[in-house]
Design a binder for this molecule. Structure first.
Ligand SMILES: Nc1ncnc2c1ncn2[C@@H]1O[C@H](COP(=O)(O)OP(=O)(O)OP(=O)(O)O)[C@@H](O)[C@H]1O
Ligand SMILES: [Mg+2]
Length: 370
C-alpha cells in the first residue's frame, strides 16, 4: 500500500497535497486520467487517509457490469423484484455504508442508472430494485474515468447535471509523458518491487538506456512501464541493461518478437504484419524443403537396398556408402540408359515431374551419350 503517489514532478506533488487536503472530508471526488495513470491508486489513497479508513472501501467497475443488472448490483433488490430474485439482496451502496464506494469507469454508467446515482449523491437516499422504501446510507463517493466526460455530455451519453455535480472536485492525473521526472522514480520503484518479490538482482542500467526510457511515449502510462520492467528483468536476469536491450522491447515495428503489447500506429502495424507474414512464409518454405529432403533420403535408402550391384556395375557396399547426390546421379543414369533415354518414362518411374527430372539431369551433368 502507498502513503502517497510516487513521483517528484510538480504535478504529482500538487496531487499529493490535494489528496491530503480533501481526504479527511466527505466530499465526492472525480478522478480523471488516461488508462494506467494511477486512478485506482489515488482512490485508495483518499480512502486510506480519510476518517473512514477502517470502514469498507467497495470498488465497482461500472464498465464491467451488464446494463441489465447494474441497478440491482449498486442498489440491491427486493425478493421477487424480477425473475430469479428469490432473496432480497444488498447492493454495493449498502455494503459501503459508513465507508467509501469507488465507482470506476463512471463514463460507462447507463443513463437510467445515472439518475438514481445523482439522487444518492445529493440525498444519500435510494430504493432497492422492486422496493418501496427509501434507504439512507452514509457513503463517500469517489468516481473515475478515462473518458472525456464533457464530450460524453455533448454526445448525450452522460447527464449534464451529474457531470457538474461530480466535477466540483476533479483530480486530473496527467499522462506519464508529461511528467518525465516521474518515469525515473517509478522505474526504480517497480524494479525494486519486482526484484524483491522474485528474488532477482538488478545490476543497473546504462545512462543512454535510461534516457531512452525517459523519452519514450508511454501510451499505457505507469502500467505499461511496470509491465515493461517486469518483462525486461525476466529476460535479462542479473544483467546490466543497455540501450540495445531496451530498444528491442520498445520498438515493435523493428523487433517483431517483442513480447510486450505496445500501441503502434496503423502504418507501423501494417509493416509489422507484412514482415511477420514474409518471415512466416520463409520459415514454412524451409520446413517443406526439410521434409522433402527427409522423404527423399528415406526413398533413396529404400532404392539403394533394392538395386543390385550388377545393374550399376558398382559393388553393393560402395552403393550403400554413396551420399544422396552421388547415388541420385548413378541411379538416374542407370534408369535413363535402361529406358532408352526416355526422360518422360523415367519421370513416370520416379513419380516426379518431367521438369524436375530435367533439372536433375542438368544438375548432375548427365550427358545422353554416357
Ligand atoms: N504514482 C504512482 N505510484 C505508484 N504506483 C503507481 C503510480 N501510478 C501508477 N502506479 C501503478 O501503475 C499501475 C496502474 O495504476 P492504476 O490501476 O491505478 O491505473 P488506472 O488509472 O486505474 O488505470 P485504468 O484506467 O486502466 O484502470 C498499478 O500497478 C499502480 O500500482
Ligand atoms: Mg483503474
Amino acid at each position: 500500500m502507498f502513503y502517497r503517489l510516487l513521483g517528484d514532478s510538480v504535478q504529482i506533488k500538487e496531487l499529493n497535497d490535494t489528496i491530503k487536503q480533501i481526504a479527511p472530508t466527505n466530499i465526492s471526488v472525480l478522478i480523471t486520467g488516461e488508462s494506467g495513470t494511477g486512478k485506482e491508486v489515488v482512490a485508495n489513497l483518499i480512502h486510506s487517509q480519510s476518517k473512514r479508513k477502517t470502514k469498507p472501501l467497495i470498488i465497482v467497475n461500472c464498465g464491467a457490469i451488464p446494463e441489465g443488472i447494474i441497478e440491482s448490483e449498486l442498489f440491491g433488490h427486493q425478493k421477487g423484484a424480477f425473475t430469479g430474485a428469490i432473496e432480497s439482496r444488498q447492493g454495493y451502496f449498502e455494503m459501503a455504508d459508513t465507508g467509501t464506494i469507488f465507482l470506476d469507469e463512471i463514463g460507462d454508467m447507463p443513463l437510467k442508472t445515472q439518475v438514481k446515482f445523482l439522487r444518492v449523491l445529493e440525498t444519500g437516499e435510494f430504493m432497492r430494485v422492486g422496493g418501496n422504501k427509501n434507504i439512507k446510507v452514509d457513503v463517500r463517493v469517489i468516481a473515475a474515468t478515462n473518458k472525456d466526460l464533457k464530450n460524453e455530455v455533448q454526445e448525450k451519453n452522460f447527464r449534464e447535471d451529474l457531470y457538474y455535480r461530480l466535477r466540483s472536485i476533479n483530480l486530473i492525473i496527467p499522462p506519464l509523458r508529461e511528467r518525465k521526472s516521474d518515469i525515473k522514480v517509478l522505474f526504480y520503484f517497480f524494479v525494486q518491487q519486482f526484484s524483491r518479490n522474485n528474488n532477482l538482482t538488478f545490476p543497473g542500467i546504462d545512462d543512454e538506456a535510461m534516457d531512452y526510457i525517459m523519452n519514450y511515449v508511454w501510451t499505457g502510462n505507469a502500467r505499461e512501464l511496470k509491465n515493461f520492467i517486469e518483462s525486461i528483468l525476466v529476460l535479462y536476469p542479473g544483467q546490466k541493461l543497455n540501450l540495445e536491450n531496451v530498444k528491442k522491447h520498445l520498438h515493435p515495428e523493428t523487433e517483431f518478437s517483442s513480447p510486450l503489447p505496445v500501441i503502434v500506429n496503423r502504418t507501423q502495424y501494417e509493416n509489422y504484419d507484412k514482415d511477420f507474414f514474409i518471415r512466416a512464409l520463409a520459415e514454412l518454405k524451409s520446413d517443406i524443403i526439410d521434409i522433402k529432403n527427409l522423404l527423399n533420403k528415406q526413398e533413396i535408402i529404400k532404392i539403394k537396398n533394392s538395386v543390385s550391384s550388377d545393374d550399376f556395375h558398382i559393388p553393393k557396399s560402395r552403393i550403400m556408402n554413396m551420399n544422396t547426390d552421388e547415388f541420385e546421379k548413378e541411379y538416374l543414369k542407370f534408369l535413363l540408359s535402361n529406358n532408352n533415354w526416355d526422360v518422360k518414362k523415367v519421370s513416370a518411374i520416379l513419380n516426379q515431374s518431367l521438369r524436375s527430372v530435367y533439372r536433375k539431369i542438368k544438375k548432375h551433368g548427365i550427358r545422353f551419350e554416357d
